[in-house]
Design a protein around this ligand. Structure first.
Ligand SMILES: [Zn+2]
Length: 126
């Protein structure tokens, strides 16, 4: 299951980072998911809630932001956001919105990124 391995990968990243920073608790995690990452954010969110049980991230809030697809056209000079509305979410054919060629480079929107992790540390000034 695609989403499960993705969620496990995200969670491992969070835990490794927390450990490397001597965290006592993870309070918030911001995740960016590209529209072309081919995953269901709701499923990721559900799986993370399961994975975090009995860990220092137990009370963490996982925020998943979907980020848009950005392209650079190889035919014209268009560079920017492409709307995927109305396209098949799981097999979209991306075209330049200006000249409609499919000869484009995808700059952004394919990846899943752990953007920010908020942690608690021991003996910090309150
Ligand atoms: Zn174009």
């Amino acid at each position: 299951m695609h989403e499960l391995s993705m969620a496990q990968g995200i969670f491992t990243t969070v835990m490794d980072t927390a450990e490397a920073n001597d965290a006592t608790e993870v309070t918030k995690v911001i995740i960016e998911v590209g529209r072309l990452a081919m995953i269901n954010p709701e499923q990721i969110s559900f799986l993370l809630d399961v994975l975090k049980e009995n860990t220092i991230a137990e009370n963490a809030e996982f925020v998943i932001n979907e980020i848009p697809v950005e392209i650079e056209c190889q035919e014209c000079d268009y560079k920017g956001i492409v709307s995927l509305d109305g396209l098949d979410h799981y097999a979209p054919i991306i075209k330049c919105p200006k000249c409609e060629t499919p000869r484009i480079l995808i700059l952004n929107g394919k990846d899943i990124i752990v953007k920010n992790i908020v942690i608690e540390k021991p003996d910090e000034d309150e």
